[in-house]
Design a protein. Structure first.
Length: 199
């Protein structure tokens, strides 16, 4: 296993240079070589998308959400981007590959989608802008699928995807300190939970 920087990714359909722009402000490399686990492991881990659909969803996420956000607020810092199985297994906690859309349309060895929601997700923040403000602007101006809010000074999680559910979930610490999900309306109001179930 080499530790040199990778230049290309080879999907089921074509080979793409990682430095190709995937939107107005980011390259594919920004999404692939991203986050705390990547920084720790670097090129030791093969975190390259294998499905062209994943690649297209990264472009869609830029086009629909990140590009408009950067034009409005200034450059965003991506804290967690594409995460295939090889990277995800090095992240011990707080990620849910089967739900969180960071794996795009990648499949397991047996050919099953890692996340049946598909699409693509990114966690990010913008210097000097509260995540609450970003969340409310994204809700009003973009075609997102899901958004998770963890606090004003924590990165937000935003996805695009075929379900286009436009759902917003606040993940805030309950009395025990564990994060408790609360589903909000697009304007950030609490939606009464009907038959709320535990996962
Ligand atoms: Zn996320």
């Amino acid at each position: 296993m080499g530790t040199e920087r990778r230049k290309n990714m080879t999907t089921n359909k074509k080979t793409i240079d990682l430095d190709t722009p995937c939107g107005q402000f980011f390259t594919f490399r920004d999404f692939i070589e991203c986050g705390e686990a990547w920084e720790r492991l670097g090129a030791e881990v093969d975190n390259l998308p294998k499905s062209l659909k994943t690649v297209e969803s990264i472009q869609q996420l830029c086009h629909r959400v990140l590009d408009p956000v950067v034009r409005e607020f200034g450059q965003a810092k991506l804290t967690y981007g594409f995460s295939g199985t090889a990277l995800a297994k090095h992240i011990p906690a707080r990620i849910y590959p089967s739900l969180d859309q960071h794996a795009g349309s990648e499949t397991t060895k047996s050919g099953k989608l890692v996340c049946s929601r598909e699409g693509m997700a990114v966690d990010f923040c913008v210097k000097g802008v509260s995540s609450r403000e970003l969340m409310s602007w994204i809700a009003d101006h973009t075609q997102f699928d899901r958004m998770y809010f963890y606090g004003d000074d924590r990165p937000i999680h935003v996805s695009v995807g075929p379900e286009n559910s436009h759902s917003i979930v606040h993940m805030l610490a309950g009395p025990s300190g564990r994060l408790v999900p609360r589903v909000m309306s697009p304007k950030g109001r609490l939606v009464p939970r009907i038959g709320a179930k535990k996962k």
